[in-house]
Design a protein around this ligand. Sequence first.
Ligand SMILES: Nc1ncnc2c1ncn2[C@@H]1O[C@H](COP(=O)(O)OP(=O)(O)OP(=O)(O)O)[C@@H](O)[C@H]1O
Ligand SMILES: [Mg+2]
Length: 105
Amino acid sequence: MLTAEDIKVSYGAIDALFDVSVEVEPGRVSCILGRNGAGKTSLLNAIMGLVPYRGTVSFQGSPLPRDTRKVVLAGVVMVPERRRIFPTLSVEDNLKTGGLHTAAK
Ligand SMILES: Nc1ncnc2c1ncn2[C@@H]1O[C@H](COP(=O)(O)OP(=O)(O)OP(=O)(O)O)[C@@H](O)[C@H]1O
Ligand SMILES: [Mg+2]
């Protein structure tokens, strides 16, 4: 369903990720595990178009745009870590908010 191939993310001279490939299958929960600084957030940010990357990401057989707004409209959303949430909403409503545009279709 979601495939990322040979992803590379650099911050200036620092190579944070190189040659990372993941595949997420429909109907399953997939996890990315790694020590602090391993590059988990960098990978998710790349998929969401929040940081530039090399490599390819496809979703449901089509290349995923590198523009975050278009990524979300394509149906891929991310619940950010830390406090970048809607503080007045419950956990459930925060999660639902990410999928509002798909629920309206
Ligand atoms: N904005 C940035 N500028 C420079 N280096 C960065 C930046 N963001 C992350 N890095 C570096 O990239 C590497 C991967 O970081 P990343 O935050 O993706 O890892 P992580 O697996 O999400 O870590 P954590 O478990 O701490 O959340 C680390 O070496 C980190 O220091
Ligand atoms: Mg992280």
